[in-house]
Write a protein that binds this ligand. Structure first.
Ligand code: NAD
Length: 512
């Protein structure tokens, strides 16, 4: 049995829809020219041509952002919140058009693309509230007539580097908070997502004009990774918030560290879910299929390893395989499609290499893995999500292959499952499916999952913005969006105010 498929739209249809969406977002599509070809992974066709910025543009844009920062930092934070509030309103009004660009460029199915824009709206709401809560602590001083306090101040220019798979939401996570904190923002989107970035930035630019914020407070840098290096090297970029592969993090982090800049890293994951014997398998099945096959396996939080108790492994794997065979693969804008394209030929080749290696290492492909030709589109790469039973997790299972491959491992004791879960270099997202509260608590304890995200009876992907998001180990240690993530975009000063009229020194030191 083969998967149902949805053929991509006829050539030219998508480019026309993209032009319409750009116009609605306030971008003149005829004004977009330049050497960069913005392609769609749905058909491989060129949707539009855009500028490609150079190192000279880096200097100019960072300079303009820095200039704007000098004004913006003096605007009271709750007033800065008005900018983000307006951006959120514009995103709400234009949700469908921006989501269309995300579908066209990143290949996300419609509901996930809409969800991505909703995430932008949600973080704007959160940031507006945060703009009245950039609070510092007051501490008791050891000296009489003294007040000790911590205050928070903006950093300056925040550089945001984003990945192709969340082409706009990750920018909003950073920009909404960075702006209310009083920073200017320069955004370098992924090379495959310039149109989505142009659309999202146009709405922010409009909000900037409408609320009278300094024009330069937002900047868009359409640049590849080579020019991106000049961007991360610029000493005026106080914080580089970079989302992408571990490879990128290894290049960017030392460069920023060498100039004592700050980094916030959101890198690759190799996420696992444990399925205990007591698990509700119906619920687990749905959580697993969404996390593993959704977004065609191209989320940082995609479920890549299933660690299932041997007593339920055969039944669960059989049910996952059956569910996989029903997934409609193809045009992500067609109703009913659940699995869109991979982003590129390179992704497809990486998926094929990983599967071949898994088999060499003793794996058995239970379902999927093949290319699906949904139409005569040689430059579009659709694949069947794969499930592979593995004898252990040395080798290929240690790596994040950014494609829908779910490796299945079995266990006997919970300690063994947790050791497998933690036994990879990455530390982003994790989950356990169990009805046993003691097991769930052990998984969540300090001796349990070592990831930044640890869930119970829910899959590894689909986080809400209220919680801080990020991961440990090679995932980079950064935290974005909710709780105290705003502090990453600010510097802290400790203030001692002496109103005593005397000059007592701390620790009882006597001098003069
Ligand atoms: P990538 O690392 O190829 O590129 C990400 C971004 O970094 C792009 O904008 C790219 O141009 C830029 N870049 C790469 N090398 C650079 C360099 N040396 N200097 C400056 N910029 C550089 O990643 P990708 O293929 O776009 O995205 C997929 C990866 O991103 C996966 O590993 C995924 O797990 C990860 N990701 C992580 C998170 C998270 O929050 N942890 C979220 C989304 C994606």
């Amino acid at each position: 049995m083969t998967n149902p498929t949805a053929a991509p739209p006829a050539a030219g249809t998508m480019a026309a829809a993209v032009r319409k969406a750009l116009s609605a977002l306030g971008v003149d599509p005829d004004g977009l020219t330049g050497p960069h070809e913005a392609r769609s992974p749905i058909t491989g066709e060129v949707l539009a041509r855009t500028a490609e910025h150079t190192e000279a543009d880096v200097a100019e844009k960072v300079g303009a952002a820095h200039e704007a920062f000098l004004t913006w930092r003096d605007v009271p934070a709750p007033v800065r919140g008005n900018l983000v509030k307006r951006w959120g309103q514009l995103l709400t009004e234009h949700k469908a058009e921006l989501a269309l660009l995300v579908t066209a460029e990143a290949g996300k199915i419609e509901s996930e693309a809409l969800g991505e824009v909703q995430e932008m709206i949600d973080i704007c709401d959160l940031a507006v509230g945060q703009s009245r809560q950039l609070f510092g602590r007051t501490l008791p001083s050891e000296r009489p007539g003294h007040r000790l306090a911590e205050t928070w101040h903006p950093l300056g220019v925040v550089g945001v580097i984003s990945a192709f798979n969340f082409p706009v939401a990750v920018y909003a996570w950073n920009a909404a908070l960075a702006l209310v904190c009083g920073n200017a923002v320069v955004w370098k989107p992924a090379e495959t997502a310039y149109l989505s970035a142009i659309g999202a930035d146009a709405l922010l630019a409009r909000a900037v004009r409408e609320v009278g914020a300094p024009e330069g407070v937002r900047q868009l840098l359409l640049a590849d990774r080579v020019v991106g290096q000049a961007f991360v090297d610029d000493p005026r970029v106080a914080l580089v918030s970079a989302t992408g592969s571990v490879r990128m993090g290894r290049e960017v982090a030392p460069r920023v560290a060498s100039r004592f800049g700050r980094v916030l890293l959101e890198l690759g994951g190799n996420n696992a879910a444990i399925v205990a014997p007591s698990a509700d398998l119906d619920l687990a099945l749905r959580g697993i299929v969404f996390s593993a096959a959704g977004t065609a396996g191209q989320r940082c939080t995609t479920l890549r390893r299933l660690i299932v108790h041997s007593s339920v492994a055969d039944e669960l794997v059989e049910r996952i395989a059956a569910a996989y065979r029903t997934l409609t693969i193809g045009d992500p804008s067609a109703e009913g499609t659940l699995v869109g394209p991979l982003i590129s030929r390179a992704s497809f080749e990486a998926q094929q290499r990983a599967l071949a290696r898994a088999v060499e290492e003793g794996g058995e492909v239970v379902v999927g893995g093949g290319r699906v030709l949904v139409a005569e589109a040689p430059d579009a790469f659709y694949v069947e999500p794969a499930v592979v039973r593995m004898p252990g997790q040395a080798g290929v299972v240690q790596e994040e292959t950014f494609a829908p491959i779910l490796y299945v491992l079995t266990y006997e004791r919970l300690e063994e499952a947790i050791a497998l879960q933690n036994g990879v270099p990455q530390g982003l997202s994790s989950a356990i499916f169990t009805q046993d509260q003691a097991e769930a608590e052990r998984f969540l304890s300090s001796a349990g999952s070592d990831c930044g995200i640890a869930n119970v009876n829910i899959g590894t992907s689909g986080a809400e913005i209220g919680g801080a998001f990020g991961g440990e180990k090679e995932t980079g240690g950064g935290r974005e969006s909710g709780t105290d993530a705003w502090q990453a975009y600010m510097r802290r000063a400790t203030n001692t105010v002496n109103y005593s009229g005397e000059l007592p020194l701390a620790q009882g030191v006597k001098f003069l």
